[in-house]
Design a binder for this molecule. Structure first.
Ligand code: BGC
Length: 350
């Protein structure tokens, strides 16, 4: 990975951008840069043992820094991953105004979210720990926040992502990883032929700005029912106003959790390669974003254009706009408390 071109945005510590490579006994390779704590490659075997990179991204750091249309390939997004309506929320009686970067709404932390900053990095056993210290007032959020994400790679072909954060003032936190997967290999044309299961009986319908309306709607009888494995493309042409708002799937599913702790949330399968991805999480919800804003203009790391819906994200998180939904699981973090959450991307074949 090279660096050195002046950034489109200010980056404080440009010289300390590095690329960290994790490997395991099965020759699986994961590459992560401390620019945005971004996963840049995930190289895993198919059912014949042939390796492919299943994560979309660029082959140099300038791609990430200057990314047109900001796809957030592979990065950690926050301080609040996903949307906050009109960039406003009230906490303990004070209204905060955040940077708005998605029409009138706030998305993925604002103009200089956690995907656009350089994180400190230290090697740990089988992994790397990245830390970012967000200032009080950054992008409008209250509180100096110290956030770390530790990535480890296991011999079971699992990437474990463990997030921890503390603050010195009450704030909101909701971070997630924004990797785009194509289990046939990055650069392959579509994820509509992937089979997805999401362990959720309800999802959060949205308005035209992709802000939840507040309803928790049953997936039964809708294109949003992924409780049994289903081809992603199967119901995409349905006449459904939610699919129109999202331009396809770009919604949040509330997981059917049995208990607190790490549970299987979703499974993705690509039949030709046989590759399978299990997503496990401690989070209450997951955003399935079907790559609707990819339009063929971004050229990926192997020189192929990333076509419409050629990658998908499975973003474990609290639901969008939770700071304005007191009835939903809280995203508030107070001084003395510890934010702690884990998500696992576990790869296999069948
Ligand atoms: C959101 C999409 C957004 C995309 C940006 C996803 O997490 O759900 O609405 O366009 O991120 O890449």
């Amino acid at each position: 990975m090279t660096c050195g071109i002046a950034p489109a945005t200010e980056v404080s510590d440009f010289d300390s951008i590095n690329l960290y490579t994790l490997t395991n006994q099965n020759n699986m390779v994961v590459k992560i840069t401390n620019y945005g704590a971004t996963i840049t490659s995930i190289i895993v075997p198919d059912r014949n043992g042939d390796m492919a990179d299943v994560a979309l991204g660029y082959d140099n750091v300038e791609g990430y820094i200057n990314a047109a249309n900001r796809p957030y390939f592979g990065s950690v997004v926050g301080r609040y991953g996903n949307r906050i309506a009109r960039g406003k929320f009230t906490l303990d009686g004070t209204e905060y105004t955040l940077a708005t970067n998605d029409g009138e709404n706030h998305l993925h932390g604002g103009q200089m979210g956690f995907d656009k900053v350089v994180w400190e990095a230290e090697r740990v056993d089988n992994g790397v720990k990245m830390t970012y210290r967000a200032r009080d007032g950054e992008e409008g959020y209250p509180g100096n926040l110290t956030l770390s994400v530790t990535y480890t790679l296991t011999n079971e072909n699992a990437i474990v992502m463990h997030y921890e954060a503390t603050t010195d003032k009450p704030t909101v936190v909701n971070v997630t990883n924004h990797t785009y997967f194509n289990l046939a290999g990055e650069g392959e044309p579509t994820i509509n032929d992937h089979i997805l299961r999401i362990d959720a009986s309800k999802f959060t319908p949205v308005d035209a700005g992709l802000i939840p309306t507040g309803e928790l709607r049953d997936v039964a009888g809708t294109p949003f029912d992924f409780r049994e494995p289903k081809l992603i493309g199967r119901d995409l042409q349905s006449n459904d106003s939610q699919l129109q708002h999202g331009l396809g799937y770009d919604h949040n599913w509330v997981l059917d959790r049995e208990k607190a702790g790490l549970e299987l949330a979703a499974t993705l399968h690509e039949a030709k390669s046989g590759r399978v991805l299990d997503v496990l999480t401690t989070e209450p919800a997951i955003q399935f974003y079907g790559g609707n804003f990819l339009d063929g203009n971004l050229i990926g790391k192997s020189g192929k254009a990333y076509q419409h819906r050629s990658g998908l994200c499975l973003e474990t998180q609290h639901s969008p706009d939770s700071p304005n939904r007191p009835e939903w699981p809280s995203t508030t973090l107070r001084p003395g408390e510890k934010y702690e959450t884990t998500t696992v991307y576990r790869f296999g074949v069948k």
